[in-house]
Design a binder for this molecule. Structure first.
Ligand code: SF4
Ligand code: SF4
Ligand code: SF4
Ligand code: FES
Length: 949
């Protein structure tokens, strides 16, 4: 169903070709060669009637409604499948064309209910539009013949319904699933009158391969496929363009609203990151914003064992401020700190770090990005000069070879994965380096050329062995290196990497990857015209996370794969604003724009604008805060939108540290796990309830626009402003645009960014400044940001986390498509229909020797702790490796993860934990207690509105 205010050009745009001038209805029109007549007419302001065509899909030519007359040509060609030619003379309207079109529409109408007024798509149906335009009010073919009026509806999907009686078999849904999403879940079965749309050979949508992306629903011209909220609530009346608050792809949406209720999230066809596509989370899973679990009143309590007491905003904020002041007076300036959120906007993040540096007067600020992509910042900054991905997502369409390392795009970054799959279907080659057989390794439609199934924790050994092949087989791009990289570090690296210890043969015993496979994959990467690397947390969340990022950058520099489209080093960022939270100065050692706090010029600039003296030394990172808490020198924390108790490793240690604090101020939507340790709860605002910006994995800054008022009364940035004022450090912003103006004034990569400019351009990729006033889609063009690229030697050092006879298996972690991170949002949506429990994947061999069968409860013990998960016996994992997700608090994946972290950044080593498994009869006692506690907590929220735990 088409979105509010969308103008459909019928067929996709054609790029970069020569121009062709033709005549349409007497008017001269110039369009790129290869453009359809339909699109040319639409660009000239006309609209040829159509049903099977839409500008997001290739022309198909099945409905025969878009016929035109062309001088010198016989018959009536379909304008969607006929391309323009120089001097062509086209007529889009004539009595004959009208007659032919009316025939077509009458045929459709003869097998279509005629109760448009009561149809949920009334006013938004393309069949209704063309029928009205052609004045077809009845059909000569009669309504009494065979029809599909009583065909069974499919309402299995929680978000959309399929009514075959409204289907005109235009196949737009089938093509959307193929071309846009790349899942190929739908087919047209049968012929003629018997043709019908079928999901995965007669399955219901829910039971089929469908991943509920909604592309088919978006493409459907009638109400055959339609969102359930539209059936329930009717058509929306206004739309606001904003940015998804789930993952780092940063899809743009039009939030369609009726009254004060969101009816649907329509993917924005003009969205630069997603071009009209979406995934099940952003598209449908927004119900958490109105979930009864949301806390809508500020609350305080003296001790964490006390019941919460609802209070006014003033009382909560004054209490928090007086507690922080009391703690600082008693324990010193450095005894408090703050945590920024990668879920919140850039402006909100900037304010929290400002509050810590200027209001608390120390640098004790850190962010949840610490636990995911901090090694990316460190590794890329040192090698290339900038702590961010190098490309726009669209760059992948020019890649010839794509290497995916430690990432699972179809689950974690699905809209980017759809684009990637499109490129793979066009013939690009794929190398997957992952301990697990992720979906991209083999599907009915895509097969990786190489799956380098390494053992968890051996990334650096693998990248070194790939680079060894490149160097020793003379596959390096010496001209490129000579022109763009520092010579001495390159020679040093070259010498190091060529050492026999780094050869695939020598490393085979370490990585478990056959040397021959590594050699062939290395040659494929090095010899590609354009080779691009995409990586995820499987690279960063290791004790050598930063080393691996540098190893990846080394390989890209050595093969000349940086500085143009189709290549690059691309971290797939996890959370919606993890890039932004890092950019905004959330780390204890850096101001916004990654400038060290000890740099006098930078600090002076901030001191001048902020009117206070700032600390010269870096502050505490999250793990250091926990250590200091346990030592008794750190006593208070302001946490904006992060669940440290669930998301940080070694839960027992984290809980002990949080439990020792005298004041935890938590600002969030829900009473999360960390709330158990909080003394002040400040109800946060969802992405629908505030203005600001998010920055996605491409460095793309996009607007977040307020759709509804925050139900608790304040947006997150307003809460920080009030807390800062109560602390005695004045903040006087009236709108987030003013915060962005301050960010731009203090951050060289943001100098040219304003809300007005983002509104005008749609989005901006930083750096955006005098040199690049409209932003920078591709980094390091011509030269690296640091000038010359710098190679680093990357010695492989095995993690301290070793398998032993006591803990013989390696546990590694990841995500599923339908849940998100710690699940706080997605667990409160119908997405639980697909995934309502974290499972433990175990190889059949490991399961058999332990007597474990599918569905059994399995005790997972590491040296940090124990948990119990249900078994999923599968060959997706290799022998010796087990895998789980961490979306549900009662799974306790982080109860077993250890305190080992990246040597440079303290990013936890989530991906490698030595464990042993034993079949058990039930979950652990603590899990049962946690489940009951959770139930009681939510129940008390929905009942009296006051939590008692
Ligand atoms: S369900 Fe919609 S898009 Fe699919 S064939 Fe039917 S009318 Fe066309
Ligand atoms: S929702 Fe997406 S995956 Fe499912 S059938 Fe439609 S297009 Fe295919
Ligand atoms: S791919 Fe990411 S940003 Fe896009 S809709 Fe899905 S969760 Fe949102
Ligand atoms: S729109 Fe051209 S044939 Fe259907």
């Amino acid at each position: 169903m088409y979105s509010i205010d969308h103008h459909d050009h019928g067929t996709p745009a054609v790029e970069g070709a020569a121009q062709v001038t033709l005549e349409i209805d007497g008017a001269s029109v110039t369009v790129p060669e290869g453009t359809s007549i339909m699109r040319a007419a639409a660009l000239a302001g006309g609209a040829i009637p159509k049903l099977c065509a839409t500008d997001t899909l290739k022309a198909f030519g099945s409905c025969r409604l878009c016929l035109v007359e062309i001088d010198g040509r016989k018959g009536y060609p379909a304008s969607c499948t006929t391309t323009v030619a120089p001097g062509m003379k086209v007529r889009t309207e004539s009595p004959t064309l009208t007659k032919l079109r009316r025939n077509v529409v009458e045929l459709y109408v003869s097998d279509h209910p005629l109760d448009c007024v009561s149809c949920p798509a009334n006013g938004h149906c393309e069949l209704q539009d063309v029928a009205e335009r052609l004045q077809v009010t009845e059909t000569r073919f009669g309504l009494a013949g065979a029809n599909h009026a009583h065909a069974e509806h499919d309402v299995s999907n929680p978000y959309f319904a399929f009514d075959p009686s409204l289907c005109i078999v235009c196949s737009r849904c089938v093509r959307a699933c193929d071309e846009t999403q790349g899942t190929l879940a739908l087919t047209v079965e049968g012929r003629g009158f018997d043709s019908k749309i079928s999901a995965s050979a007669h399955a219901s949508f829910l039971d089929s391969e469908c991943v509920s992306c909604g592309a088919c629903v978006e493409a459907c011209p009638t109400a055959a496929l339609i969102e359930k909220p539209i059936i329930a609530m009717g058509q929306p009346t206004r739309a606001v363009t904003t940015t998804c608050a789930y993952c780092g792809v940063g899809c743009s949406f039009k939030v369609e609203v009726k009254g004060d209720q969101v009816v649907r999230m329509a993917p924005n066809r003009d969205g630069h990151a997603n071009q009209g596509h979406a995934c099940v989370k952003g598209r449908f899973a927004f119900g958490y914003t109105t979930h009864p679990d949301r806390v809508l009143k500020p609350m305080i309590r003296a001790r964490i064992s006390d019941a919460w007491r609802e209070v006014s905003w003033d009382e909560a904020i004054n209490h928090a401020a007086s507690e922080f002041k009391r703690i600082q007076a008693k324990y010193g300036r450095d005894s408090v700190g703050g945590i920024t959120s990668s879920r919140c906007t850039n402006e909100e993040t900037f304010l929290v770090q400002k509050l810590v540096r200027a209001g608390f007067g120390n640098n004790n600020v850190d962010t949840c990005a610490r636990v995911c992509h901090s090694p990316t910042g460190y590794g890329l900054k040192n090698t290339l000069g900038e702590s961010a991905g190098t490309q726009a997502f669209t760059s992948v369409m020019k890649a010839d070879v794509i290497m995916i390392i430690g990432a699972n795009p179809t689950e974690g970054h699905p809209v980017f994965a759809s684009q990637l799959k499109r490129r793979l279907r066009q013939g690009a080659k794929l190398i997957v380096a992952d301990p697990r057989a992720i979906a991209l390794v083999r599907t009915p439609h895509i097969e990786a050329d190489f799956h380098l199934q390494l053992k968890p924790g051996t990334n650096v050994a693998l990248i070194n062995s790939i680079a060894h092949v490149v160097v020793t087989e003379n596959l390096t791009k010496e001209d490129y290196i000579a022109a763009r990289c520092e010579p001495a570090p390159y020679q040093k690296w070259r010498h190091f990497i060529a050492e026999p210890k780094n050869s695939p043969e020598a490393m085979e015993a370490v990585t478990g990857v056959p040397a021959d496979l590594v050699r062939r994959a290395a040659r494929l990467y090095a010899k590609a015209g354009n080779a691009a690397i995409y990586y995820g947390l499987g690279v960063t969340e290791h004790s050598q996370g930063s080393t691996m990022v540098m190893g990846i950058a080394n390989l890209a520099m050595a093969t000349g794969n940086l500085g143009r489209e189709g290549v690059g080093v691309n971290p797939l960022r996890g959370q919606n604003n993890v890039q932004g939270s890092c950019d905004m100065g959330s780390f204890p050692h850096e101001f916004s724009g990654y400038r060290h706090v000890s740099d006098d010029a930078t600090r002076n600039a901030f001191e001048k604008v902020w009117g206070v003296k700032l600390q010269v030394e870096p502050g505490l990172r999250i793990p250091n805060m926990f250590e200091a808490a346990l030592d008794g020198s750190f006593k208070g924390m302001y946490i904006q939108g992060e669940d440290l108790a669930q998301s940080d490793p070694n839960t027992g240690h984290v809980e002990a540290a949080l439990g020792s604090l005298e004041c935890v101020v938590l600002q969030d939507l829900f009473l999360n796990e960390t709330a158990r340790f909080a003394h002040v709860f400040l109800p946060g605002s969802s992405f629908l309830e505030k203005d600001g910006t998010f920055t996605n994995a491409e460095r793309r800054i996009s607007r977040v626009r307020k759709v509804l008022e925050p139900p608790a009364g304040l947006a997150d940035w307003e809460i920080t402003v009030r807390l800062s004022n109560a602390l005695g450090y004045p903040m006087n912003y009236r709108h987030p645009a003013e915060i962005m103006a301050e960010i731009a004034a203090l951050t060289p990569t943001f100098t040219g960014v304003t809300f007005d400019k983002i509104d005008r351009l749609g989005s901006i990729q930083w750096p955006c400044n005098d040199k690049a006033p409209e932003g920078t889609p591709t980094m390091h063009v011509g030269e690296f940001v640091r000038g010359k690229g710098r190679f680093f030697t990357t010695e492989y050092v095995p993690t301290r986390e070793r398998t032993t006879s006591r803990f013989p298996l390696i546990l590694t972690t990841g995500r599923v498509l339908t849940q998100y991170n710690v699940g706080a949002q997605t667990r409160r949506t119908p997405n639980v229909k697909w995934h309502d429990e974290d499972l433990l994947e175990i190889h059949p061999h490991d399961a058999e020797v332990r007597g474990i069968a599918e569905g059994d409860w399995v005790g997972v013990a590491s040296r940090a702790g124990e948990t119990v998960l249900r078994a999923n016996v599968t060959e997706r994992v290799q022998p010796g490796v087990v895998y789980t997700t961490f979306h549900f608090p009662e799974s306790g994946a982080n109860v077993v993860t250890t305190e080992i972290s990246d040597w440079a950044t303290n990013c936890p080593e989530y991906k490698v934990t030595a464990v042993e498994l034993v079949k058990v009869n039930q979950p652990k006692d603590w899990q049962e207690r946690r489940r009951k506690l959770g139930e009681r907590r939510w129940k008390s929220r929905t009942g009296s509105g006051v939590s008692h735990v």
